[in-house]
Design a protein around this ligand. Structure first.
Ligand code: NAD
Length: 272
């Protein structure tokens, strides 16, 4: 079992890892023995995660990177390679939604501003494609590596209100399959690409939809989500760890091009 799930001598890069889900994943990979590069647009957030990993005896560095700028990712990759060697694991964790791209009583579909829609679509789609280009190239050349994309429940069936976020996560599922096939057929027959589709987790990017800003109570939408989750709760970041370790370790060496829901049953429940 130790060999099957070992990450010894592996370098892992996680984007958006200053955030709630990416941060938990970074800590878990480090705890399994990987050297971890914590990438985020917010360097202070990345540094906090890297420091917490080092305090636990793990190996981690924080690197600032904007997943929407190829040059910024190239610079981060150079830094990671210098410190830890080429990455064998890439987790595309940067993503999120924002109010301006979300329909509301005072913002109809007909008035959603193109800039906000583009921002959300780019962050969640292009923001996984560009790091996969930069970190995926050496993986393809060395025929060694794993890419994990972070999808969402709304990739299978759109959720109300969050138009661009739903569309971009559906595109992520498609990209996961596309890149898996592309890399294998291009000669990198051992490189794998998979996605995790989390259910609902309370994090920075969705707080405004789940909790009332003033009271902190669940919004009607937050309550609806819990009611529609057979296990009756939001997910905790640790709920994602077992699936992550399985997908990035030799235990999943013949698994590629799949999207694994980790959702407390949300996607299985019709609502009746
Ligand atoms: P979060 O807001 O806690 O973390 C997102 C992180 O991404 C932040 O640290 C932010 O600084 C970083 N980031 C934003 N723009 C960036 C950029 N251009 N370049 C680099 N980093 C950038 O949110 P989270 O919920 O932990 O989100 C992590 C991933 O999980 C996202 O892809 C999100 O869509 C996905 N997800 C979240 C949920 C949920 O319920 N929270 C459900 C399904 C999927």
């Amino acid at each position: 079992m130790d060999t099957l799930f070992s990450l010894q001598d592996q370098t892992a890069v996680l984007t958006g890892a200053g955030g709630v889900i990416g941060g938990a994943m970074a800590k878990a990979l480090a705890a399994r023995g990987a050297r971890v590069a914590v990438l985020d647009l917010a360097l202070d957030a990345a540094e906090k995660v890297a420091a917490a990993i080092r305090e636990e005896g793990g190996e981690a560095i924080a690197v600032q990177a904007n997943v929407l700028e190829r040059e910024s990712i190239e610079q981060a990759a150079a830094e990671v390679t210098k410190q830890f060697g080429p990455a064998q694991i890439l987790v595309n964790g940067a993503g999120g939604n924002k109010k301006e791209a979300t329909t509301a009583p005072d913002l109809s579909f007909f008035d959603l501003p193109p800039d906000a829609l583009r921002w959300v679509f780019d962050l969640n789609f292009l923001g996984s494609v560009l790091p996969s280009q930069v970190f995926g190239r050496p993986m393809a050349e060395r025929n060694e590596g794993v890419v994990i994309n972070i999808s969402s429940m709304n990739s299978f069936r759109p959720l109300t209100r969050i138009l661009a976020y739903s569309g971009a996560k559906a595109a992520i599922n498609n990209f996961t399959q596309w890149l898996a096939v592309h890399l294998n057929q291009g000669g990198a027959s051992s490189v794998r690409v998979n996605a995790i589709a989390p259910g609902f987790f309370e994090t920075t990017q969705n707080k405004f939809l789940l909790r009332d800003e003033k009271t902190g109570n669940l919004t009607p939408r937050g309550q609806q989500i819990v009611d529609h989750t057979p296990m009756g709760r939001f997910g905790e970041p640790d709920d994602l760890i077992g699936t992550l370790i399985w997908l990035v370790s030799p235990a999943a060496k013949f698994v590629t091009g799949i999207v694994v829901p980790v959702d407390g049953g949300f996607s299985a429940y019709s609502g009746v």
